[in-house]
Ligand binder design. Structure first.
Ligand code: ATP
Ligand code: MG
Length: 421
């Protein structure tokens, strides 16, 4: 026997019994996001590796150690996308979308070679938005309000909003100098990774996941003390807008993001329910990125949420993906007529979830399959029903006698069922 092949570690199949939950989340997210006038963009999973080096930053976890990068047979250096922003920005530049503000969203698989654990996978899925061409705190507020609306739509209550401002380039440079001074003074308390970061990208030290560094990081200088007039005003207006909208947040003066392109506003939505993998959504402003990738110098803001982490939080017990009905048709004549009848029912009842029995067998064995399918109704087409233009209709869950219904009566029964849901 040949060896059985398995999925790659950290990459998961979503089996049919779980997909309804994914679809539920995706449907809700799409409805909320498109409700704000955002339009979906789909970009390739593979991009030139250079795109991610130039956008995310050479000295980041993602580019240094997490990216699936390789040379293809033609010698091109490619990478599976580790995030969605770089591809969206590349596409917007390439297709000349930057003449006017763009509100874009995307969804799909991302790839990072991390150590797999709950909430951290090597193929995972994000839904994200990118706004290109708008600079003010009003649009920052819009994307944050959108995330809150999404949590409401998903019935999520216990998420906390953490907020910070990274200031602009020169402000961050001044902060960086102060931070380096502080970290050097406490170098003995740093781990090897952070010591290396201190030389290459000191702000990254603040993003360390090592709990032993938590106190040292908490006592580090605060970014907010280094903001200039304009950055401070931007941040204050955003905070005022959040207050007015009743969006509760707390300011985390040492919140930075794992990617280099952020400036000014950064935020994360965090839960306590998922342990170390508590950030379900992260975003912020990245005003320099579009120009850095060769486009017009337009400001930008966006976020990405982690689908797997959110699915871990949502109570989906009420979702019922079972079929509405299962059509049982024993005997040659009935089974020959069943496909036509099933199609007529599907024509008449939009959204009907109807499974037609295939493969023959006795009434008893077909009925067993109907029961096992989880359907609410068994529809029975026997010789007699066929002659009379009727169908038997038997509830499979709860009480209820079998009834014989005319085609029209059955259509109205099924339509009512669909309406009630
Ligand atoms: P973390 O700090 O948890 O590593 P990150 O800062 O690398 O997250 P982002 O690049 O900002 O994450 O991605 C946005 C969101 O995507 C995260 O908040 C998280 O919900 C999700 N995410 C990121 N990496 C993974 C992963 N490897 N597996 C599952 N979800 C992920
Ligand atoms: Mg990460």
């Amino acid at each position: 026997m040949s060896e059985r092949l398995q999925a790659i570690r950290g990459m998961h199949d979503v089996l049919p019994e779980r997909t309804p939950f994914w679809q539920h989340l995706e449907d809700r997210a799409r409805a909320v996001i498109e409700g704000y006038g955002y339009r979906e963009m789909r970009t390739p999973l593979l991009e030139p590796v250079e795109l991610f080096k130039r956008s995310i930053g050479e000295v980041t976890d993602i580019v240094e150690k997490e990216m699936y990068a390789f040379e293809d047979r033609g010698g091109d250096r490619l990478a599976l996308r580790p995030e969605g922003t770089a591809g969206c920005v590349r596409a917007a530049i390439e297709h000349g979308l930057l003449d006017q503000p763009q509100r874009i969203w995307y969804r799909g698989a991302m790839f990072r070679r991390e150590r797999p654990q709950r909430g951290r996978y090597r193929q995972f899925h994000q839904i994200g938005v990118e706004v290109l061409g708008l600079a003010g705190p009003d649009i920052d507020l819009e994307v944050i309000a959108m995330t809150r609306r999404l949590w409401q739509a998903l019935g999520l209550r216990d998420l906390r909003l953490a907020l910070n401002s990274l200031g602009d380039g020169d402000e961050r440079a001044r902060y960086r100098a102060a931070l380096v001074k502080y970290l050097r003074a406490h170098e003995a308390g740093l781990d090897a990774d952070s010591r290396r970061r201190l030389e290459t990208n000191p702000l990254r030290v603040l993003d360390s996941k090592n709990p032993d560094l938590a106190d040292l990081i908490a006592a580090a200088p605060s970014l907010l003390d280094y903001l200039g007039e304009a950055s401070r005003a931007h941040f204050e207006q955003l905070c005022g807008g959040l207050d007015a909208a009743g969006i509760v947040y707390s300011i985390h003066p040492r919140l930075v993001r794992g990617l280099d392109y952020y400036n000014r506003t950064v935020f994360e939505w965090i839960t306590d329910a998922l342990g170390a993998q508590g950030t379900v959504c992260a975003g912020g402003r990245y005003d320099g990125l579009v120009a850095q990738l060769g486009g017009r110098d337009v400001p930008a803001v966006g976020f990405a949420l982690g689908v797997e982490r959110l699915l871990d939080l949502i109570d989906l017990s009420a979702l019922d993906p079972s079929p509405d009905a299962y059509l049982v048709a024993p005997g040659d004549a009935a089974s020959a007529a069943a496909p036509g009848i099933a199609e007529r029912l599907r024509d008449a009842v939009p959204g009907l979830r109807l499974v037609m029995h295939c493969g023959g067998g006795s009434f008893k064995s077909q009925f067993k399959k109907a029961d096992k399918s989880g359907a609410r109704l068994a529809l029975i087409l026997g010789d007699e029903e066929l002659r009379n233009g009727t169908l038997g209709c038997k509830p499979l869950r709860g009480q209820g006698e079998q009834r014989t219904l005319s085609f029209d009566a059955l259509i109205s029964t099924l339509s009512d069922m669909r309406r009630v849901g």
